[in-house]
Design a protein around this ligand. Structure first.
Ligand code: CP
Ligand code: NVA
Length: 308
């Protein structure tokens, strides 16, 4: 049984297949055609962290596919009071058809998947955010930027940076990551990406100079400097990330057709300026809407694998 825990487990062909499905279902949805791809299916949605986009996209997504979503916040379920992941998994997965989890360490979602009787989707962990990257790439394809793609990621070496590493190294495009010193990406994940890049031809460049990274890039992207769970480090982080804001000057270093992406929520005046996020080169709200379509692609694809 396939899960969707990290893009590390996926081939280029599979990623493109999911995106094709997402695109097809998006076109149908835009034409108000709602096909029951997953009739009467239930999606358990476990959240140990806050969410706007992930929750809404999965809940609306499963409904539009003919099923229903159950919002299970750890504030309300026994997981939040210490019930083990393994027990939660066996119980929840005995009643629902698919599970999406947003949690802390990747090991927690791996534990859930180990005990689960149904496919499990990663809705964000400390290490990865793979469903976000599916929406990001769908947005890139729609903008016609997937050819000769050069992505520059400026900011924290976090779950988003790691997921960009996986996507680039699987699909074979150029990715430049610029982080402040001390906020570099995880070395094991980087090494995995370098291995995958040997096969895909991806070019992965890691450094500490955001200006250098943005030169002639076609996509410039960033993420919050303070991820969920890092609130106590906020003051130090805001100091350490000085100079890493994506502003007009940074965007101007990119290619003529360069566009801006951000998974949101964004903190204006910190990782991105008001002018950039609200400007003509920003695709952030197209990207956010694509969460709905991409998530449907992932769910339908996983469901199809069960029938093989
Ligand atoms: N980008 C993203 O995952 O947003 P939420 O935290 O609102 O789900
Ligand atoms: N890196 C951020 C992404 C939020 C969608 C976090 O983990 O909080």
């Amino acid at each position: 049984m396939r899960h969707f825990l990290t893009l590390k487990d996926y081939t280029k062909e599979e990623i493109l297949e999911i995106l094709e499905l997402a695109h097809q279902i998006k076109t149908e949805t835009k034409n108000k055609v709602f096909k029951d791809y997953m009739p009467k299916n239930t999606l358990g949605m476990i959240f140990e962290k806050s969410s706007t986009r992930t929750r809404v996209s999965f809940e609306v997504g499963i409904y539009q596919l003919g099923g229903v979503g159950l919002f299970l916040s750890s504030n309300d379920i026994q997981l939040g009071r210490g019930e083990p992941m393994s027990d939660t998994s066996r119980v929840v997965s005995s009643m629902v058809d698919m599970v999406m989890i947003r949690t802390f360490e990747q090991t927690k979602i791996d534990e859930f998947a180990k005990y689960s009787k149904v496919p499990v989707i990663n809705g964000l962990t400390n290490e990865y955010h793979p469903v976000q990257l599916m929406a990001d790439y769908l947005t890139i394809q729609e903008a016609g930027l997937d050819k000769d793609l050069v992505v520059s990621y400026v900011g924290d070496g976090n779950n988003l940076a790691h997921s960009w590493l996986m996507l680039a190294s699987k699909l074979g495009f150029e990715l430049r990551i610029a982080t402040p010193k001390g906020y570099e990406v995880n070395e094991d994940i980087l090494n995995d990406a370098k291995e995958f890049a040997k096969e895909s031809g991806a070019k992965i460049i890691i450094g500490n100079d955001p200006k250098e990274a943005c030169k002639d890039a076609t996509i410039i992207t960033t993420d919050t400097w303070v991820s969920m769970g890092q609130e106590e480090e906020k003051e130090k982080r805001l100091k350490d990330f000085g100079g890493y804001i994506v502003d007009e000057a940074m965007m101007n270093l990119g290619a003529k057709n360069a566009m801006f992406l951000h998974c949101l929520p964004a903190y204006r005046g910190y990782e991105v300026s008001e002018e950039v996020i609200e400007g003509d080169r920003s695709l952030v709200f197209e990207e956010a809407e694509n969460r709905l379509h991409a998530q449907k692609g992932v769910m339908v694809w996983l469901n199809k694998q069960l029938k093989k």
